[in-house]
Design a protein around this ligand. Structure first.
Ligand code: UDX
Length: 467
């Protein structure tokens, strides 16, 4: 039993994120929300897969929430030389799978004892059997949209099959509960493939295992995904799925200011386009050059984060080589190019930002929602096309290219990019809607809001599990 300042017993909960910033970030924000509600939190992660960006995020997190002490970070050892693969996807899941035998003693050793373990969806099939054997309540935190969760949990039934009496169903579209028919091109190709592959196996195995969890938490809120949330909770997607509780969007941590911010301080309100493709996605050299030219042609000021390194494939590109002679000279005065990384939260909340050209990672989009920033959607792979669909439906964004072709598969030329940037930045309706969505998001997590109620109900349940 853990005691807070007023000596009331509080639950102690462990969080087990998957690796990668797109997964660690929402877990840390969730940990922050729990800490604010006096819940004791321990974070478990793997060693040595943890990256520099991840360890920086963790140290920043611990300094933002002094009530959570760095001793409450547990690294699972995976010093297993037999994990020998070039494939980061394989390494990521194999790391946890191979650490799972360390989990049983770790989870039973905590003091005060745990009331629950919250696990990333991608680790469900590895971790749920462990928590079952310990009779420890297990919750899943799904870090993408409710639409993506619907796809994942129903993928073993819908993928590759056509629904017989469904007249809307054509070869190019697929019907998933809680949403209109969606183009097949939005679904990650390995899921549609008839050949066995690691991604498909993982998603199907994890999706099936969710039925055995005690609850599913999701970083979204009612106003932006009510149809999908209703479908998930009405049993229309999978019978026996535990309750799906939206508790987002997760509020960001506070950051200290840096030099990109000094540049933004000098720009007029709402004038700058922020351009970033998340923590993993890197474009081809040809596409980067087209994008650079397109941004200059748009005549709109921009803050553009360009990765020197493709995170998934470790081939480095020098900025000079990417841009070619004179490019950086040409952008001077029209925009700011930053290498590799900015503190996105800090950028997004700046009053100079008027739009976001994004790859549509779910965290980036929930940040755009939170700060009321219109989105120019350029989804590349994974969940990103489905996420782009969510922002389009709520009127927060438009696609850089017609959604039909699917994005990421061919080079988008600079003329098109410049035109779309101008169109999005000049679209008053998007701005108005962005302001409304921002208010709705803040209401959802504020006192009495739908997501806040979900969080409080969850903690009440955990209170009953205090050993
Ligand atoms: C991955 C997938 O690509 C994404 O589609 C999925 O929804 C989550 O996992 P990632 O591509 O990194 O994530 O995108 P995103 O979900 O947007 O997460 C990136 C996080 O890193 C965001 O919280 C963003 O604020 C942060 N970030 C990214 C920075 O702080 N600075 C950067 O320069 C880039």
């Amino acid at each position: 039993m853990s005691l807070s300042n007023n000596q009331k017993p509080t639950p102690h909960v462990a969080l087990l994120p998957s690796s990668g910033m797109g997964h660690l970030t929402p877990f840390l924000r969730f940990a922050g929300s729990l800490a604010e509600q006096n819940v004791r939190v321990t974070i478990i992660t793997t060693h040595p897969t943890i990256s520099l960006a991840e360890s920086q995020a963790l140290s920043h997190f611990f300094s933002t929430f002094p009530q959570i002490n760095p001793n409450q970070l547990h690294l699972l050892p995976i010093n297993d030389a037999s994990v020998n693969s070039e494939d980061p996807f394989y390494l990521k899941y194999e790391a946890i799978r191979r650490s799972s035998h360390f989990l049983t003693p770790l989870l039973s050793s905590f003091s005060p004892p745990l009331s629950a373990l919250v696990t990333d969806m991608s680790l469900a099939s590895t971790v749920i059997p462990v928590t079952k054997s310990l009779s420890l309540p297990n919750y899943i935190l799904f870090t993408s949209s409710a639409k993506m969760l619907t796809l994942f949990v129903s993928s073993h039934t819908i993928i590759g099959s056509k629904l017989p009496n469904d007249s809307d169903e054509t070869e190019e579209f697929i019907r998933i509960p809680g949403m209109p028919p969606i183009p097949k091109s939005w679904i990650p190709p390995p899921l549609l493939s008839n050949k066995p592959n690691l991604l498909k196996t993982h998603i199907i195995e994890n999706g099936k295992m969710l039925i055995q969890s005690d609850g599913i938490l999701i970083n979204t809120f009612q106003n932006i995904e009510h149809e999908s949330l209703a479908a998930l909770n009405d049993g229309k997607v999978v019978n026996g799925l535990p309750k799906v509780t939206p508790i987002g969007p997760f509020a960001p941590c506070d950051f200290e200011r840096n030099k990109s911010i000094a540049w933004l301080d000098d720009q007029p309100v709402g004038s700058v386009l922020y351009v970033s493709f998340g923590s993993r996605t890197a474009m081809s050299k040809e596409q980067i050059r087209e994008l650079g030219d397109g941004l200059v042609r748009s005549g709109i000021s921009f803050l553009w984060v360009v990765k020197e390194k493709k995170v998934d494939r470790e081939d480095e590109l020098e900025l000079g080589e990417v841009f070619g002679d004179g490019f950086l000279e040409r952008v001077k005065g029209k925009g700011l190019v930053v290498k590799n990384w900015v503190r996105q939260e800090e950028v997004m909340e700046h009053k100079a930002i008027g739009g976001f050209l994004s790859h549509c990672g779910w965290n980036s989009l929930t940040e755009a929602v939170w700060h009321g920033v219109p989105v120019l959607a350029w989804p590349q792979h994974g969940d990103q096309k489905m996420n782009a669909f969510v922002v389009e439906r709520i009127g927060l964004g438009m696609w850089v290219e017609d959604w039909g072709w699917g994005g990421g598969e061919r080079v988008v030329r600079s003329g098109k990019i410049g035109e779309k940037v101008r169109e999005m930045m000049g679209n008053e309706l998007l701005r108005e809607q962005a302001g409304k969505v921002k208010e709705e998001a803040r209401r959802a997590v504020g006192d009495g809001g739908s997501s806040k109620k979900g969080l409080i109900e969850l903690i009440e349940i955990w209170n009953k599990f205090i050993p």
